[in-house]
Design a protein around this ligand. Structure first.
Ligand code: PMP
Length: 284
């Protein structure tokens, strides 16, 4: 018996969960996803993840939205059935099964809803303790990065290129400015000001980003939402990334430049602590 996973209303052993080869997720990456972290068996910021899912579905004309109560129920059930204490729940919603055709099917399809758990050390891990090294790479994704689709081949390629070159991740660059990491939002701190790119169609509005903005304000840090260049990032006092799976993770090197003294920054560490405190408080 492997994990218990969720497929369209059923809980199945992972080996038994099967979907059609005509599913639009497979043929067109016509699917959306959310990753909710789990601490002490509780879901972090679940409601905001589901609100973002609604938005993604609306932006791509999905035939209907999903019921949040139902979503919460099967998320909790998966956590329970898999005895998950620390890790994530991955949720995916595809437009469903239809004859292969580029235009969205006019007949209403049944959405394909799948979810599974993954065990992950969110609190204690090497990246959080020592920081990560990132390289920069051209951002060659489509221009609707604000929608959380499973169209992830370019970020996957970018991350693999980074790992091949001895880095941990890549920060993507468009028109001379950093947009975001392959699966996280990018931040720098310069002269006491915390800087992250303004929200637009070129980045994902991270749920963790939103919570960290609040944490920064609670710590009386000045927060600026603006574009920053590779040079500005390389000469920053501190740098970090945020996401549901990394929380706040320090960046200690960008390309060949060491950030600060090459150790996780002081403000970054405080932000991580504050975020974890907040995450635990709002967990359900
Ligand atoms: N940007 C991208 C491209 C991502 O894939 C993610 C993680 N899914 C994020 C930012 C961070 O979003 P969140 O904080 O909601 O995990």
């Amino acid at each position: 018996m492997g994990r218990t996973v969720y497929l369209n209303g059923e809980y199945l052993d992972e080996a038994q969960a099967k979907i059609s080869i005509f599913d639009r997720a497979l043929l067109f990456s016509d699917a959306l996803y959310e990753v909710t972290s789990v601490l002490d068996g509780k879901l972090i910021d679940f409601k905001n993840h589901m609100k973002r899912l609604d938005r993604s579905m609306t932006e791509l004309n999905y035939p209907k939205l999903l019921d949040h109560k139902d979503l919460e129920l099967f998320h909790r059930e998966l956590v329970k059935k898999n005895n998950l204490k620390e890790g994530v729940v991955y949720l995916q919603v595809s437009r469903g099964v239809a004859e292969r055709s580029f235009d969205f099917p006019d007949k209403k399809t049944e959405l394909t809803v799948t979810a599974f758990t993954q065990v992950k050390d969110l609190l204690q891990n090497d990246a959080a303790l020592k920081g990560i090294k990132v390289m920069t790479i051209d951002d060659m994704r489509w221009k609707r990065c604000d929608i959380k689709t499973v169209q992830l081949l370019y970020p996957s390629f970018a991350k693999s290129s980074a790992v091949e070159k001895g880095f941990d991740d890549a920060w993507m660059v468009r028109n001379g400015y950093i947009t975001e990491g392959t699966s996280n939002n990018a931040w720098i701190i310069r002269k006491g000001t915390v800087i992250t790119r303004q929200f637009d169609n070129l980045i994902l509005r991270g749920i963790t980003r939103e919570a960290v903005i609040e944490c920064a304000e609670e710590l009386n840090y000045k927060v600026d939402f603006k574009n920053f260049t590779i040079n500005e990032a390389q000469s920053a006092d501190e740098a970090f990334v945020t996401s549901a799976t990394t929380f706040v993770t320090p960046v200690i090197k960008i390309n060949k430049s060491t950030i600060g003294d090459g150790k996780p920054g002081k403000f970054t560490k405080l932000l991580r602590e504050k975020y974890i405190e907040k995450a635990k408080k709002i967990a359900i």
